[in-house]
Design a protein around this ligand. Structure first.
Ligand SMILES: Nc1ncnc2c1ncn2[C@@H]1O[C@H](COP(=O)(O)OP(=O)(O)OP(=O)(O)O)[C@@H](O)[C@H]1O
Length: 262
């Protein structure tokens, strides 16, 4: 809540945020506001700063300048309060870790447990409900690495649901995922937003953006455009974000920029 006027704070707010890795400026004065209950698609070429933006929102990277707030709170406080959940890129997860799907979802409850981390009935109920929500209840005992790409993403979304997060950050949930799983995850994210959660999701699938997102951001270290998916997907905007090759692709009936990445 905004104490000044009693209105709800934006779900996500960045104000002139600059993040540097030594001499690389990954984010350069990024300002962005996303209101509660929205799905916002984050689009940009490889290296444009999307993962850095997520890490800044999670408080994992400290901006050299500017301010980040989640539901009006600094990221560390929002994270401690369990308000924000992160679904990382698949490469950033050790899938050989000996945890079942249920165990992974249970880690979302740690903030609700005491220091012993012993699950109580309320924690088990929350995990069961979250698994049902993403339709993974039948695979709950399977080792997490033995899921398909789409199922792994759903397990992490379930972790965020069990946590009770109001903001979900998803870094390329559709990478390496087939079209059917992509549709399932899209429908799930839309339902979660309809219930009032806020979703920021990076994606390379520009064709699917209008079905996925209420609004979109085009990033190239700065915010090049922020508007409806239709506004953001204008060829002139895409050319600025991706270079001219995307225009040639669009002419050939494909605007899925750099999907050929390894
Ligand atoms: N740990 C790091 N040390 C140095 N430079 C980094 C580091 N992480 C990212 N960068 C650089 O910061 C810039 C933004 O990287 P980031 O990973 O945020 O991009 P991205 O849009 O998520 O890319 P991708 O689509 O490939 O995941 C790039 O130039 C990248 O090389």
């Amino acid at each position: 809540m905004n104490p000044a006027d009693g209105t709800a704070a934006p779900a996500l707010e960045l104000e002139a945020v600059t993040v540097r890795y030594d001499d690389v400026t990954a984010l350069d004065g990024v300002s962005l506001t996303v209101e509660p209950g929205r799905v916002c698609g984050l689009v940009g070429m490889n290296g444009s700063g999307k993962s850095t933006l997520f890490k800044a929102l999670m408080g994992l990277l400290k901006p050299a300048a500017g301010e980040v707030r989640i539901a009006g709170l600094p990221p560390a406080k929002a994270r401690k309060a369990g308000l924000v959940a992160y679904v990382p890129q698949s490469e950033d997860v050790d899938w050989s870790f000996p945890l079942s799907v249920r165990d992974v979802v249970m880690t979302g409850r740690y903030g609700h447990m005491g220091p012993s981390r012993r699950p109580r009935p309320a924690d088990r109920d929350a995990v069961r409900d979250a698994l049902a929500r993403v339709e993974l209840q039948d695979l709950a005992d399977r080792q997490i690495g033995r899921l398909s790409g789409g199922q792994k993403k759903r397990a992490f979304v379930a972790r965020g649901i069990a946590q009770g997060a109001s903001v979900l950050l998803l870094d390329e949930p559709f990478a390496g995922v087939d079209k059917r799983s992509e549709a399932t995850i899209t429908a799930l994210l839309r339902q979660l937003a309809a219930e009032g959660r806020t979703i920021l999701v990076s994606t390379h699938d520009l064709h699917a953006l209008p079905q996925l997102a209420d609004e979109a951001v085009l990033l190239l270290h700065r915010v090049l455009a922020h508007g409806t998916p239709e506004e953001v997907l204008q060829p002139a905007q895409l050319a600025r974000a991706f270079g001219l090759n995307v225009l040639a692709d669009a002419g050939a009936g494909s605007i899925a920029a750099d999907r050929s990445r390894p």
